[in-house]
Write a protein that binds this ligand. Structure first.
Ligand SMILES: *Cc1c(COP(=O)(O)O)cnc(C)c1O
Length: 395
């Protein structure tokens, strides 16, 4: 249906790319959930023109989602997995003996745990570096470096990394053509940031967050423009087998249809919340990419088209103040995760980042007073009232 999808803008791609109703014969405008685990062959080892044989290797509903999400990210290839961490774990299997990972020091707690507790004990070297300091990144790269992993903005301290500057350093210093620069793009979503345009080899997403957007799917993605790398990832997707279910692919594909609308509201609501927090006397500091006071503001202007719904702030007081503040909120729900239509609040030191060793948490500033908000799509006045009431409760 959409043959020249490159010409189309974000929302049109999200709704039409890969969604041709005639590919299902019936003309169904909503893709069917193709539950079949296996597909009839026209002869032994002769696949039908659709090219499916077994659902782990390929599935029509999954392919439909992968095509659409690749189009919105402006990527040639998208490969979907059973979770964000399944995507990461699968990718880390490209590593061969003796190869190293250089990883941003502040990353999603689960990424940190996967590297430190699963891959490091198996002989992988992971070098943690603050990639906002480009000289530190450059110094950490060596001939054994195969993967450079960053997240921007980081979780939960919202540090901003210059993707293009990192890519230049990596290309200049690592001569090996198989070096892979990965950006975990979960926090920004494809609507606000497209790392491949700035020199990343892979844009990784936890689909569980903004892309699905309804807090009812766990899924992950790796996207790339590199054909050879895509072939390797598809091989690993099938060989390791951490694939998403057709039902989840259906839901994520549906969520994707409104990503542009949702992100507009996440962006505007979060900016208003962040501006409100900046003026609140009980608040020590606010980190949000849309604020002029944000340390990475200039980088955001260059590499992002929006600021996301994520806001981190440090409340004045101690762990009890944080807990009492959170307990006083009525619209924000206390829960892990982010990127859904509902507003969430969490205390990273004991929740999402409890698995990060205390010494590392201290270095990163993940203190008892750090509160993370995922600002949802509710009416902004109700969100501000809710926060105002919770501050009054702890004052
Ligand atoms: C949630 C998250 C992940 C992990 O994704 P899952 O789908 O939960 O496995 C990775 N990175 C970031 C930034 C996340 O927020």
């Amino acid at each position: 249906m959409v043959k020249e999808s490159e010409k189309l803008k974000f929302g049109t791609r999200a709704i039409h790319a890969g969604q041709d109703p005639w590919k299902w014969r019936s003309g169904a405008v909503v893709p069917p959930i193709s539950l079949a685990s296996t597909f009839a062959q026209t002869g032994p080892a002769e696949l039908s023109e659709c090219g499916f044989d077994y659902s782990r290797s390929g599935n029509p509903t999954r392919e439909c989602f992968e095509e659409c999400v690749a189009a919105v990210e402006g990527a040639k290839h998208a490969v979907a997995f059973a979770s964000g961490l399944a995507a990461t774990a699968t990718l880390l299997h490209v590593l061969e003996k003796g190869e190293e990972v250089v990883c941003m020091d502040d990353v999603y707690g689960g990424t940190n745990r996967l590297m430190n507790r699963v891959f490091v004990p198996n002989g992988v070297t992971v070098n943690k570096v603050d990639c906002t300091q480009l000289d530190l990144l450059e110094a950490a790269l060596n001939e054994k470096t195969r993967i450079v992993w960053i997240e921007t903005p980081t979780n939960p301290t919202m540090k901003c990394v210059d993707i293009e500057a990192c890519a230049k350093i990596i290309k200049a210093k690592l001569k090996r053509p198989d070096a892979i620069f990965v950006v975990d793009n979960t926090f920004m979503s494809p609507y606000n940031q497209k790392p491949l345009q700035f020199g990343a080899d892979i844009s990784m997403h936890s689909v569980s967050k903004y892309i699905n957007g309804h807090s009812d799917v766990i899924m992950g993605l790796l996207m790339t423009n590199n054909d050879e790398l895509a072939a390797k990832l598809k091989f690993l997707q099938n060989a390791i087998g951490a694939v998403p279910s057709p039902f989840d692919c259906f839901l994520a594909n549906r969520g994707l249809k409104t990503l542009h609308l949702r992100m507009e509201r996440h962006n505007s609501n979060a900016l208003k919340v962040a501006q409100f927090l900046e003026k609140e006397s009980m608040v020590e500091k606010v980190m949000h990419p849309g604020l002029k006071s944000y340390p990475g503001y200039d980088i955001v202007q260059k590499q992002c088209t929006g600021n996301s719904g994520m806001v981190t702030f440090w409340i004045k007081g101690n762990v009890e103040t944080s807990k009492q503040f959170i307990a006083s909120l009525k619209v924000f729900t206390l829960a892990e995760s982010l990127g859904g239509y509902e507003s969430l609040v969490e205390l990273p030191c004991v929740m999402t980042h409890a698995s990060v060793p205390p010494e590392q948490r201290a270095v990163l500033g993940i203190s008892d007073q750090l509160i993370r908000l995922s600002v949802g799509l509710e009416d902004i006045d109700d969100l501000i009232d809710d926060l105002t009431n919770a501050f009054s409760a702890v004052a």
